[in-house]
Ligand binder design. Structure first.
Ligand SMILES: [Zn+2]
Length: 356
């Protein structure tokens, strides 16, 4: 006969197990698509402003993201790398080096094949590059970075949560990149750790950056890999076709500026993979028909958006501000659209079972 104490312990263990099972039941499937992405976006933006490369706040955000991925059943890894950038106190010249350690947060659903699909979004926020920028609220400790890029991180967290119990044919690797704003440092570090063989095993890298402020959603191929082989536009075209089937308005760069060829994008973490010969697609929201036709101007110039953009601006790229000034329910709608689209696309390319 077991002593009473042991019985009690066993019973409380059983209770704990029941509680665990309840917590472990798929965390998102019951709620509408996009709800988890929006919630995570809001949490990252409001609880971790000023996630600047190499700072304690960036590290705290990395730990937070790893915690969420663990909650979903992953075993995330924090991969450190040196993050250096120059700060120009007086504008041009007089550069001072700033250095710290940044981290990529990596988690994966292992597949049956040796092929890999990488889904990434940077979680850091912009740094001020000069005293003038700091005083103008460009970059710095107050910047929530909701659009750029808590919005993309929210999407990859919901994708991770929804795929946590899937057995894909090809491995799906989620990476929340650090130090994008100081020169794609996290993405470059991730690429630098891959052997030539490992690079060849990557079927596609999917990057998500800034999906809120811009007038419309875009998907692009990578300029280098597309120029080398137009077949690398197939993934982009499939996403465009899926968007059409789902009734979503998604475009690609119309190519009005010769420096940015039609159908290709620019300037976020996917570039590090593209330059290394790995096929990429990038998702963003902006307006390639405005300003210098280079994808930087996100929306028409207005009283609320005097430069037609919110990039790195602590007053503008902020939850309350975007909620007040973007049309409709943008903060809910965009995450829902991008999660829906990428889930459908991943089901196809990663070889996932059809939805039950
Ligand atoms: Zn960004």
């Amino acid at each position: 006969m077991k002593p009473v104490l042991q019985l009690l312990t066993e019973r409380s263990c059983a209770c704990a197990l029941v509680v665990l099972v309840v917590l472990w039941s798929p965390p998102t499937l019951a709620e509408p698509v996009g709800a988890l992405a929006e919630r995570e976006m809001r949490t990252l933006a409001t609880d971790f402003p000023g996630r600047m490369a190499g700072t304690d706040q960036e590290r705290a955000a990395a730990d937070h993201l790893a915690g969420r991925l663990s909650d979903f059943g992953y075993q995330p890894e924090l991969v450190p790398f040196p993050a250096r950038y120059s700060f120009h106190p007086m504008g041009a010249g007089h550069a001072r080096e700033r250095a710290g350690t940044s981290h990529n947060v990596i988690a994966e659903r292992p597949g049956r094949s040796d092929r890999v699909i990488i889904v990434g979004a940077h979680y850091d926020t912009a740094v001020a590059r000069s005293l003038a920028q700091a005083e103008a609220g460009i970059g710095g400790p107050e910047l929530q970075g909701v659009d750029d890029n808590a919005s993309g991180v929210g999407v990859i967290l919901e994708l991770a949560a929804r795929l946590a119990e899937e057995k894909p044919e090809h491995t799906i690797r989620f990476i929340a990149f650090g130090a994008e704003e100081t020169g794609l440092l996290g993405a470059r570090h991730a690429v630098s750790l891959m052997s030539a063989q490992e690079r060849e095993r990557v079927l596609l890298m999917i990057n998500i950056d800034s999906i809120l402020t811009g007038d419309r959603l875009y998907v692009h191929a990578g300029p280098a890999t597309y120029a080398a082989d137009a077949g690398n536009g197939r993934a982009r075209d499939r996403v465009l076709a899926l968007a059409d089937e789902l009734g979503m308005a998604v475009a690609t760069n119309p190519g009005l500026n010769p420096e940015y060829p039609a159908g290709t994008g620019c300037c976020s973490d996917q570039m590090a993979f593209d330059e290394a010969g790995i096929p990429v697609i990038s998702m963003e929201a902006t307006n390639w028909r405005l300003g210098d036709l280079d994808g930087y101007q996100q929306t028409e110039i207005s009283e609320a958006f005097p430069a037609g953009e919110t990039w790195h601006n602590a007053q503008l790229d902020r939850i309350e501000y975007l909620e007040a000034h973007l049309p409709g329910e943008r903060l809910s709608e965009r995450p829902a659209e991008v999660v829906t689209l990428l889930l459908a696309f991943l089901r196809e390319i990663a070889g996932l079972a059809d939805e039950p």
